[in-house]
Design a protein around this ligand. Structure first.
Ligand code: ADP
Length: 360
């Protein structure tokens, strides 16, 4: 199958690197979108200019970045031939960049340019992830080891009651580890795009009946009300993913609100759009401060508050939830105040004839 030129152009334009193709004298023949963004110049302006106008060998200013970016990079990620240089933009601002180049058979040179701050940022995200996971694993492991050691060394001197208490702490820490590992596996599957979805039409009344049944033990100290608009058509989703999404949102609504308060689950059409259904989960909980709203959907983000410290969590739930929803062609958002939070989920309606996955 011959792929369209448009298809390759799309790939090249979406690469994180700036790309410039030059002739044997270094005159620019073509650039991608990112090269335009990095320099601030349009393709029309750049074409025909010499690449040496825009990239130069590094002066000492780049060394700090270069060292951090390159030292932290995995061997397999490193390009084979590159040098550290400076890119000049429209405002004469210099950016430290890694320049990777290769020459084609017909003597053209392709430059791949990526700002070192971005390389350093990606590496830092990787290092942060490993250190957070290690910390999350170590905390329950330390507690399990401590209580198991005590039971082994002085179990016979402890009362039955104390032994039971220590064993139940060990059990709850093992459960916590299991949840963390399960979450990490979900994250890894989602990020490697290895997971497959099985879509079908899911009728909401039956679906929510099952969800409320599964969550009843956790929700026993809350009031949960489900309001589904009459004659609402089914949604088009993967039922396991949809279930995981709803369980995560409801689990949070319960965890982050006081006992005795009300949680309302509401399903209706997105206003003026009968192709999509909106599901709102409203709680009367502690709310999410404005400055944290944008962060809660990122990995390992937990708001540091007395309540969050009390309730158990990994900070992965909403990251997974958002990825699952977007994976199914939907959207998730949140509105929050001191009176509580509303998480809104949008999913496509299942159509009768050949339902294709639509994006909101
Ligand atoms: P966690 O495992 O910590 O619950 P999540 O990714 O599910 O992780 O949520 C991230 C953070 O967002 C939580 O730690 C909490 O601070 C905040 N949060 C999530 N849902 C709610 C809610 N319904 N009300 C208030 N805060 C919430």
């Amino acid at each position: 199958m011959v792929l369209e030129k448009e298809f390759y152009k799309n790939i090249v334009d979406n690469l994180p690197d700036g790309i410039a193709v030059c002739d044997s004298d270094g005159n620019i023949i073509d650039v991608n979108n990112n090269f335009e963004r990095l320099t601030g110049f349009s393709k029309e302006y750049l074409t025909g200019k010499n690449i040496s106008v825009f990239i130069k060998n590094s002066k000492t200013g780049c060394d700090k970045y270069a060292q951090e970016a390159i030292m932290n990079e995995d061997e397999f990620q490193k390009p084979k031939s590159y040098y550290i240089g400076e890119l000049t933009d429209k405002e004469d601002k210099l950016t430290c960049v890694r320049i990777n180049f290769s020459t084609t058979k017909d003597n053209k040179t392709i430059y791949l340019i990526i700002p070192l701050a971005e390389v350093a940022f990606l590496n830092r995200a990787h290092i942060d992830f490993v250190s957070t996971v290690s910390h999350e694993l170590r905390t329950p492991l330390t507690s399990i080891k401590g209580f198991a050691d005590t039971l082994l060394s002085s179990g016979s001197r402890l009362s039955d009651e104390q032994q039971k208490r220590f064993l139940s702490i060990i059990k709850s820490q093992v459960d916590r580890l299991t949840r963390l590992v399960e979450n990490l596996l979900t994250v890894s599957k989602l990020e490697s795009k290895k997971d497959k979805s099985i879509y079908k039409a899911i009728g909401l009344p039956k679906f929510f009946e099952n969800i409320i049944y599964s969550i009843q033990l956790k929700a026993q100290d809350h009031k949960i009300k489900v309001e589904i608009m009459p004659n609402l058509p089914p949604v088009w989703a993967d039922s396991d993913k949809f279930e995981q999404v709803m369980m995560n949102i409801l689990d949070n609504a319960i965890k982050y609100s006081n006992t005795g308060t009300m949680i309302v689950v509401e399903a209706k059409f997105v206003s003026e759009n009968t192709d999509f259904i909106e599901i709102n989960v409203k709680d009367q909980g502690v709310g999410i401060p404005e400055e944290h709203i944008s962060k809660i959907f990122t990995k390992f983000s937990r708001i540091d508050s007395p309540l969050t410290r009390q309730v158990e969590g990994t900070g992965l739930g909403l990251y997974i939830t958002k990825s699952l929803v977007e994976n199914m062609g939907g959207k998730i958002s949140v509105k929050s105040s001191k009176e509580g939070s509303t998480f809104s989920l949008i999913l496509p309606v299942a159509t009768h004839e050949k339902p294709t996955q639509r994006k909101f």
